[in-house]
Design a protein around this ligand. Sequence first.
Ligand code: GTP
Ligand code: MG
Length: 165
Amino acid sequence: MNPLPLPAGEACALMGPPGSGKSTFARQHLKPTEIVSSDFCRALVADDENDQSATGDAFEVLHLIVDKRLARGRLTVIDATNLRSSDRAWLLARARHWKRLTTAVLFDVPLATVQAQNAGRDRVVPAHVVREFHGLLPTVDQLHDEGWDAVHLSSTLTRRSRTGR
Ligand code: GTP
Ligand code: MG
């Protein structure tokens, strides 16, 4: 069951530090074409989703895909950390331009859990980087103030999907 109340045309950003479960969640609940992933875009331009030198080019590609999908009214979910307000501002502006609603999904996972999930996977991000990103998590109030139409916590969505409600 898809726990995300996301109609066609909406612009959605997953927000969380590396290892918080964004890509896992997206794979479980969305069609592959609805997910626009910064890692995938890095791989598209550099053959390596970990090549940080490709980040600028990758985001140019990501922005182009997102904009084309929003123009067409396709549900578009950005799988990136989205923890800098300037990154979020870009999506808010493009959604406003195309008159699309915006949804934030905040990965409100405790730091210790994120560190454990990060340590247990193939692609391990340095622990200090995870901690820095975790410290950038916005609050729900902050996101409402930025202008997001809906804000969901991943913990609530996951719980709801487990109980089937
Ligand atoms: P980045 O792409 O680096 O930003 O990370 P991410 O937020 O996309 O995290 P990802 O989905 O890659 O998950 C990191 C690790 O945590 C993976 O090994 C997942 O299998 C695991 N994981 C994700 N969600 C959960 C969860 O709800 N429970 C448990 N136990 N593990 C999870
Ligand atoms: Mg990911």
